[in-house]
Design a protein around this ligand. Structure first.
Ligand code: 5RP
Length: 222
């Protein structure tokens, strides 16, 4: 199976976690996009969705799924999203698609986080994938200096020769070469740097369920 077929398989499997008549939190990225396509097939069975990015909102709407503002939603049974890396205990690196802040916000309102990913994302230890950190633009250099002290090499994410600007009007520093021994402690430490909006470590609140696409089928862990 190709990586895309594995992503499609977990997207299909995630439909089991959709609760009828409820609002679903939806992530960002290629795996989340496959999930949105599956959700479109059962759109009459849900009330709607909360999107974690402008791109996800557009795709949900293109399927005729109503997109709710998070400020109008008090609870959601489930949030479904991909990951750049995930451990067997559910700690993740996210933000390869630059949507980490909204992803963490939407996930925080949901009862359950279901992570869908192809098997290549499963790791013993987080950190091979550069850790995304969303920053306020004026603090970019100051935050980069603090991140360097942690032992990594921060690089400003670029797009078309300019700093990439997130949906929140911020920049992304990708932290390369970091050894992440304690993801929960590092998440708190980076979040406490002045000028950081969000770090793409999802460890304090990780995934409750992981659905991983493997050649032999979808593996589930909780
Ligand atoms: C976006 C994310 C994505 O979930 C992550 O980058 C995985 O993407 P894909 O499903 O395309 O592999 O965190 O900010």
């Amino acid at each position: 199976m190709t990586q895309d077929e594995l992503k499609q398989a977990v997207a299909r499997a995630a439909i089991e976690y959709v609760v009828e008549g409820e609002i679903i939190g939806v992530g960002t990225g290629s795996t989340a996009n496959y999930f949105i396509d599956e959700l479109g097939k059962i759109k009459d069975r849900i009330k709607g969705a909360v999107a974690s990015s402008e791109a996800t909102a557009e795709r949900l709407k293109s399927h005729g799924i109503q997109v709710f503002d998070l400020n109008d939603v008090t609870s959601m049974p489930v949030y479904i999203d991909g990951a750049d890396e995930i451990t067997a205990s559910g700690a993740m690196i996210k933000g390869g698609g630059a949507a980490l802040t909204r992803e963490k916000i939407v996930a925080s309102v949901a009862d359950k986080f279901v992570c869908i990913a192809d098997g290549s994302k499963l790791v013993d230890k987080l950190g091979k994938f550069p850790l995304p950190v969303e920053v306020i633009p004026m603090a970019q250099a100051a935050v980069a200096r603090q991140l360097t002290k942690l032992g990594g090499e921060p690089r400003l994410r670029m797009k078309d020769g300019q700093p990439l600007v997130t949906d929140n009007g911020c920049y992304i520093l990708d932290l390369h070469g970091l050894q992440i021994a304690d993801p929960v402690a590092l998440e708190e430490q980076i979040n406490n740097i002045v000028g950081v909006v969000t770090v793409g470590l999802f460890a304090r609140r990780g995934a409750n369920v992981g659905l991983l696409g493997m050649a032999e089928g979808v593996k589930k862990f909780t």
